[in-house]
Design a protein around this ligand. Structure first.
Ligand code: EPU
Length: 431
């Protein structure tokens, strides 16, 4: 693996946060991890090299590079994290459990390998901390495209004689990964494919634009009906991934929780409607400028907000934990309903250890803000939960120690550096 990609071993590290600072300043948005990982999978559709820029330097990205490497695919990374992927060197069609289990998105190499080479053996990803996360819609849609699927020893053995065939498939419910997976599989199918009841997240649109640059004929992305006219072959291209809307929202929420003022440069406000509306409800002044998004809380304590997570353009599940941390120190009571994943309240027990007032009732959390949280040793359980605990640490009295920050390193680039630039007292310490 190129040396630039060596990240320190976060299993052995914790974050120490000394609470109390009001966040002030500017930072740059990173590229969207959830777009980039999909483009890595889509690169398997072409024999020509693709280059992807604005890729964040994260553990999920290095895991994806490792997976492509295990398939024999050549990946070249430069100093600025421009990534060139050359899939014509592929020599294996097996994605092993050891890699797929670390990152569910890697399951999505199945569709592109199958569409291009007619075969793929990919480990089922299994559940994860936030829910069981089945892939039934992925498999149902691949079958509709003419794939023969057998399950053996936890692996999906997929094959197709000649080519996949265009089809009309209606998703049973909104699934981001399902929509992305079947879109990638259908680009090389014979004839037209129509997918209905698709998810509409910006990362899906970004992926569709990437596929179109590679020569695909995809339209309707960003709506719930996507139409794909199959093409004979895909080509090389260059693409810059969109800004990471979850990362941007996280810094805005962190600043709002501390009463601060930040500008996130490179942020794409058009992807953040539901979140910006909630931040305004919480009392923040939001200013969309040429450079990105500015938030000014004018040193005020936020007001608690009610929210319900929903598929895009609804309030994103990936920003629920961060808003819970904000509500925990807000004025009043806010109700948070989680509708996407069945187990995405793992941060609640940790926030309670910091003195938060939260009552759980099924998939609803009723959060009554307290004046101040109190520092405590706490443990991250998944990616977004981990950053909500960092926000809690920023607004707590005393030194908070966050354990298991390897979850955070999967999706947040240079967290300590970015937060320190905004005035936070935060450092990585040996575990
Ligand atoms: N689901 C099924 N069957 C399927 C597919 C999904 O039951 O075949 C269920 C899931 O278990 C879940 C719901 O449908 O309860 C929605 O899942 P979805 O497929 O939309 O999620 P995903 O593709 O697995 C992506 C993001 C997640 C984000 C969700 C929802 C990536 C790599 N991951 O996951 O991001 O929470 O969409 O927006 O894009 C994160 O970044 O922290 C993260 C978890």
């Amino acid at each position: 693996m190129p040396s630039i990609l060596l990240l320190s071993d976060p299993v052995l590290e914790k974050l120490r946060i000394s609470g109390g600072a009001t966040l002030h300043g500017e930072l740059n948005a990173s590229g969207a991890k959830n777009s980039a990982v999909l483009m890595f999978a889509a690169s398997l559709l072409s024999k020509e090299p693709v280059t992807i820029s604005n890729v964040p330097h994260l553990r999920d990205i290095t895991n994806m590079i490792e997976l492509l490497g295990s398939l024999g695919v050549e990946v070249v990374v430069d100093d600025s994290m421009n990534i060139e992927i050359h899939a014509n060197t592929i020599s294996s069609f097996v994605a092993e459990y050891d890699i797929v289990k670390t990152m569910r998105a890697s399951f999505l190499v199945l569709g592109p390998m199958l569409a291009h080479y007619g075969k793929a053996i990919v480990s089922l990803p299994g559940g994860c901390a936030i829910g069981t996360r089945p892939v039934d819609q992925h498999l149902k849609g691949l079958r509709a495209l003419g794939t023969k699927i057998e399950m053996k020893d936890g692996y999906v053995h997929a094959s197709v004689e000649n080519k996949l065939k265009g089809t009309h498939f209606i998703f049973d419910f909104s699934t981001v990964g399902g929509t992305e997976h079947l879109m990638m599989a259908a680009v090389l199918a014979e004839g037209q494919t129509v997918h209905e009841n698709c998810a509409m997240e910006p990362e899906i649109t970004d992926l569709a634009e990437f596929l179109n640059k590679m020569g695909a004929k995809v339209r309707g992305q960003g709506t719930n009906t996507i139409i794909i006219d199959g093409v004979e072959e895909m080509h090389g291209c260059h693409h810059r991934v969109i800004a990471d809307r979850v990362e941007v929202a996280t810094y805005l929420i962190a600043a709002a929780a501390t009463g601060g003022k930040v500008k996130v440069k490179g942020a794409q406000p058009e992807h953040l409607g539901a979140v910006l509306a909630k931040l305004q409800e919480a009392g923040a002044e939001i200013n969309i400028c040429d450079e990105g998004i500015e938030l000014d809380m004018k040193n005020k304590r936020p007001k608690a907000v009610d929210l319900v997570t929903a598929p895009y353009p609804g309030f994103p599940t990936d920003m629920q934990a961060q808003m819970m941390a904000l509500n925990a120190v807000a004025e009043g009571t806010g109700t948070i309903q989680e509708n996407i994943f069945e187990n995405r309240f793992m941060h609640v027990s940790e926030l309670l250890r910091m003195g938060a007032n939260i009552k759980l009732d099924g998939n609803t959390a009723i959060v009554t803000g307290v004046e101040k949280l109190k520092a405590a040793p706490i443990m991250a359980t998944d990616l977004r939960a981990s950053i909500s605990l960092v926000i809690a640490g920023l607004v707590a009295e005393g030194d908070t120690l966050v354990d298991r920050i390897y979850h955070m390193d999967r999706g947040y680039e240079q967290v300590e550096e970015k937060l320190r630039m905004l005035g936070a007292d935060i450092e990585r310490v040996p575990g």
